[in-house]
Design a protein around this ligand. Structure first.
Ligand code: C2E
Ligand code: CA
Ligand code: CA
Length: 771
């Protein structure tokens, strides 16, 4: 809890604290001010009550004084000629019980010298035989109560002498001396059965203005309780009155205060002179005062204020929390997003199968590797590894095994090169290595050897019954190139070169290759304008019927005399034109040109109806409308399609057999013939020969060149026989010698083509040479 509070405390914004503090200050100020006001109000209330009580007492005492003074005046007026009856009349007239409820009675006291006491008694006994002055004492004068009305309730006082006892006597003497009403100190009235405190009020009677005319007093006995109740009975329940005279409690209203633990909110002591005595009034507030003056307002304000503060605190905490939650949520979202982003970019940069960086990522790794190498002036190597015969592996083992193989290869690669070396899958069966900070070629060779060894020892590869090898092309920064793309191209050229040389070859890029690349770039560039600049021509090489030595056909061979590069051989530019797709454009141009040339040939006797062979590249054969284009071009130039033969090679069938077969059938369908070129250099599969719609087999020049012993002759002869068995005609390529021709004649070969007869030549030459 405390830690939570501390956390909250720490987390609240400073502005929240300021608002909370201000609110608390306001709350307590409002509470303080209102409670002060309430206090003041209640104090004033108490003050007013006590003043009213004092006022009431004062008024009442004046009223009693007046009543007594009235008695004294009456006696003076009648010159003291009063008797019991007269006094009774007078008292009755006053109606004491109703109009003076505090008075116990009103009486007359006469000043009787000691020697006249007996006489006085006798005189009074005329009316009341029970009249007797008492108690006896030795004072020179007696001050007996003579009349007291109502007498019945005050009977005990009749005849009581006031001079017999100091308290009463002193008050009487003061009254006589001052001529003013005086009261006694606290006494217990003889007639009070309850024996509660009381006092007597004396008003002196003078018959004239002279002092000697004093005859006695009109007096009244008071019982305190009765007097006070008459004055403020039940009128001031909120104030308690306690009256003391010379430390003696004469009145204490304190009957309402039950709780002993109660301490009055307000107390007040007032000393007041009452007819010669000093009374001390002790006022104190009562519980009912507290009740009536207890205002809930300050507490209400305090509670409400604190409530608001608590609500504010809760609000701020929840705001802070919501805020924190929002922040947490945002952070969560951000991290989710960035994680997702990372995942996505990983996917975008990762090869699905091997989980290695893909080709695109390979280049970004290479870029940063090159930047670092450039900064640190170190060497960096790029290796491209191309698995040997991967297509054959797929054909033999299927895609699942091939995939598994790639995974194992990738795993082996990652496990056996140092961590600094980056590994990526950059093609179907191509892997790239970026080796930073290389010291020597030997070191690179060592990595590659270690890896090859590890791969061949891998259990999966061991279980795999074909040997797994790869060709590797290596380029080095900055020796071979400085830019990533160029460096990659160098390695690519190297690996292609390595593949040309066979399996498991490793080639470091060198200057020759470098020039090759440069030249390839130049060729690529120049080829774009070859047609536009009319740099393309066609060389026709005649094909001869061996038995008649007559020209029966022509092979159309592309020639390119670049204004920029000079003469570029088809062996060099055709593969590049295939890579760039330019070959399609060239093919269109060629068929169109051949058609035009054939119309010219038609005018020549020797070349009339001669068959023209056109070489088709794999790229062209994969074009869906290849046959259609040929057909429409021939039609435009009114050339009979049966005069055209399309030459294809076995290699075109390897990867895309179905698509190529479809094109071949289309070519057949438009009426052209098909020839299988370069026979003997590829798989030379008889299976293919059966399936293909070809009618001519062209035996490659390499076989013809070798035709100088019986073994070779036997091979060529059996090929020719086999072809004839399949109802195919056979043409021998590259016939350069008479000897070769004789061998071929003997073997039963149908046609021949080669320098021995004709070199490829321009149409105009052809027209003049072949007649
Ligand atoms: P290919 O189809 O095998 O063409 C025959 C090649 O052998 C031609 O080379 C020709 O000049 C050469 N040749 C013919 N007789 C002899 C000989 O007795 N001795 C020697 N040493 N060579 C001989 P060329 O014209 O340089 O063509 C090379 C290759 O370029 C062609 O081989 C063909 O595959 C390709 N090619 C040429 N023109 C085209 C074309 O228009 N389209 C396509 N797709 N490929 C073409
Ligand atoms: Ca050919
Ligand atoms: Ca050929």
């Amino acid at each position: 809890m405390t830690s939570m509070l501390r956390k909250i405390k720490l987390d609240l914004h400073w502005a929240h604290w300021v608002i909370l503090s201000l609110s608390l200050i306001l709350t307590f100020s409002a509470w303080f001010v209102t409670s002060q006001k309430v206090k003041e109000k209640s104090r004033a209330e108490f003050q007013r009550d006590t003043q009213q009580i004092l006022y009431s007492i004062n008024e009442r005492m004046k009223k009693y004084e007046n009543a007594l003074r009235g008695g004294a005046a009456f006696i003076k007026v009648v010159n003291n000629k009063i008797d019991l009856k007269a006094w009774r009349e007078y008292a009755k007239h006053l109606n004491i019980t109703k109009r003076y409820p505090g008075i116990n009675g009103i009486g007359v006291i006469y000043d009787v010298p000691a020697n006249q006491v007996k006489n006085f008694e006798k005189q009074q006994q005329k009316d009341r035989d029970y009249f007797k002055i008492y108690p006896a004492h030795r004072q020179s004068r007696f001050l007996p109560i003579v009349y007291i009305e109502p007498e019945v309730s005050n009977l005990k006082a009749v005849g009581l002498d006031m001079a017999h006892e100091g308290n009463r006597f002193m008050a009487a003497l003061r009254a006589e001396k001052t001529g003013e009403p005086q009261i006694t100190g606290p006494i217990v009235l003889v007639q009070d059965k309850q024996k509660t405190p009381g006092f007597l009020l004396f008003v002196p009677i003078y018959l004239s203005a002279k002092k000697e005319s004093f005859i006695g007093f009109v007096y009244a006995p008071f019982i305190m309780n009765k007097l006070m109740k008459g004055i403020f009975s039940n009128e001031y329940p909120e104030v308690n009155v306690k009256i003391t005279d010379s430390n003696e409690v004469v009145f204490n209203e304190d009957t309402t205060v039950k709780s002993k633990n109660y301490s009055p909110r307000y107390t007040k002591i007032v000393k007041k002179k009452i007819f010669g005595r000093t009374w001390q009034f002790g006022f104190s507030s009562t519980p009912s005062f507290d009740e009536n003056n207890s205002s809930a307002e300050p507490i209400y304000i305090l509670s409400l204020g604190l409530l608001i503060d608590v609500v504010l605190l809760i609000l701020f905490i929840s705001l802070t929390r919501t805020n924190r939650k929002a922040i947490e949520y945002t952070e969560q979202l951000t991290s989710d997003l960035s994680r997702k982003q990372k995942e996505l970019s990983k996917i975008a940069h990762q090869d699905k199968l091997t989980k290695l960086p893909n080709r695109r990522h390979f280049f970004s790794i290479l870029e940063s590797g090159l930047a670092e190498a450039s900064n640190k002036h170190t060497l960096l190597a790029v290796c491209i590894m191309d698995i040997d015969g991967f297509k054959q592996i797929i054909d033999a083992k299927g895609y699942d095994v091939a995939d598994r193989l790639l995974k194992e290869f990738a795993k082996g690669l990652t496990a056996n090169v140092p961590t600094a070396v980056s590994v990526a899958r950059i093609g179907a069966d191509e892997f790239g290595l970026i080796i930073p900070n290389i010291k020597s070629r030997a070191k690179i060779n060592q990595y590659l050897d270690d890896f090859s060894k590890a791969i061949s020892e891998s259990q999966f590869i061991k279980n795999f019954d074909l040997p797994l090898t790869c060709c590797i092309g290596i380029s080095i920064y900055p020796t071979n190139a400085e830019a990533a793309k160029e460096l990659y191209n160098c390695a690519d050229i190297s690996v292609n070169k390595a593949k040309e040389q066979g399996k498991s070859q490793r080639i470091f890029y060198n200057e020759d290759l470098h020039h090759q690349v440069k030249r390839q770039h130049a060729i690529d560039f120049a080829m774009q304008k070859a047609i536009e600049n009319e740099e393309l021509t066609i060389a026709y090489q005649p094909q001869v019927d061996i038995s008649t030595a007559k020209v029966v056909g022509l092979e159309a061979l592309l020639r390119w005399d670049s204004g920029f590069l000079g003469s570029v051989g088809p062996d060099e530019f055709i593969p590049l034109a295939e890579d760039s797709g330019m070959i399609i454009t060239f093919g269109h141009w060629l068929i169109n040109q051949v058609s035009k040339d054939m119309t010219l040939m038609a005018e020549s006797k020797a070349l009339k109806n001669v068959n023209v062979s056109i070489n088709a590249s794999i790229v062209e054969l994969l074009e869906q409308d290849y046959a259609e284009t040929i057909a429409s071009t021939l039609k435009q130039n009114q050339i009979d399609s049966s005069e055209i033969t399309i030459e294809i090679t076995e290699s075109t069938l390897i990867a895309n057999k179905e698509a190529v077969l479809q094109t071949l059938n289309s070519i057949k369908a438009i009426g052209c013939s098909l020839a299988l070129d370069d026979f003997g250099t590829g798989f030379s599969s008889l299976q293919y020969l059966k399936e293909l719609p070809v009618s001519l087999l062209k035996i490659d020049k390499t076989f013809i060149d070798e035709l100088d012993d019986t073994d070779d002759y036997t091979i060529v002869k059996s090929v020719i026989d086999m072809a004839h068995g399949l109802e195919l005609e056979v043409l021998a390529e590259g016939v350069e010698t008479e000897k070769s021709l004789q061998w071929l004649k003997k073997a039963g070969c149908d046609y021949a083509q080669g320098f021995y007869f004709y070199r490829p030549m321009r149409l105009e030459d052809l027209l003049s040479v072949v007649r």
